[in-house]
Design a protein around this ligand. Sequence first.
Ligand SMILES: Nc1nc2c(ncn2[C@@H]2O[C@H](COP(=O)(O)OP(=O)(O)O)[C@@H](O)[C@H]2O)c(=O)[nH]1
Ligand SMILES: [Mg+2]
Length: 191
Amino acid sequence: MINLRNSDIKITAGLRSQFPNDQRPQIVFSGRSNVGKSSLINALLDRKSLARVSSAPGKTITVNFYDIDGKIWFVDLPGYGFAKRAPEDKARWSALTEGFITDVRDDRLVLQLIDMKVGPTNDDLMMLDWLKNAGQRFVVVATKSDKLNKTDYAKQLKSLSSLADTVIPFSALSKAGRDEIRDVIFNFAKG
Ligand SMILES: Nc1nc2c(ncn2[C@@H]2O[C@H](COP(=O)(O)OP(=O)(O)O)[C@@H](O)[C@H]2O)c(=O)[nH]1
Ligand SMILES: [Mg+2]
C-alpha cells in the first residue's frame, strides 16, 4: 500500500536530463495553466501547499516530480494554453512535456485535467488526441466541479464522457471525487 502522506517534492526539472531515469510508476498530471493541477496534487496528498497554487498562472516551465512514499512519482507537467507565450517558451514546453504523452509506458498513467466549468479547450482536445493516438493509458479529471449547478454538472459530465472511458469530477473545495481518484491511482500502482 502506498502512503500518500509520505511525499515530498524531489526534483524541479527545467531540462530533460534532470528527469529521474528509474522505473518507478508515474502518475502524470496534464492540463492547461490554471486548471487546478496543483490544487489536485495537494488534495490527493493531504497537503496544504506542497504544490504551489498560483493566482498568476504559468510563469515557470518546469516538470515537478513528487516522490510518493519512495514508490511512485507524481509528475506535474507545465501547464499549456497561454497564447501570450513566447515561441521559445512553447518550444521548451514541448521539449519537456511531449515525451510524457507520446512515449508510451505501461507503468505510466496520465490524469488529463479539464476545467469542468470551461469545458474542453482546443488544446485539451489536442492532448487527448495525442494520448489516444499514442495508446497511452489516461483518465480525465474534470476540475472545479463545485462551480457548476446540478443541471450544468450533469450536462457537462455527459458531454465529457464521450472523450474518455473514465471521467472523474473533482472539487478541491469540497474534495468531491478525491477518493475515486485515489482508488484509480492505487489500483494502477498495484499493477
Ligand atoms: N472553485 C474552485 N477553484 C479551484 C479549484 N481548484 C483550483 N481552483 C483555483 O484555480 C486557480 C488555479 O489553481 P492551481 O491549482 O494553481 O492550478 P494549476 O495552474 O493548474 O496548478 C487557483 O485560484 C485555485 O484556487 C476547485 O476545485 N474549485
Ligand atoms: Mg500548478
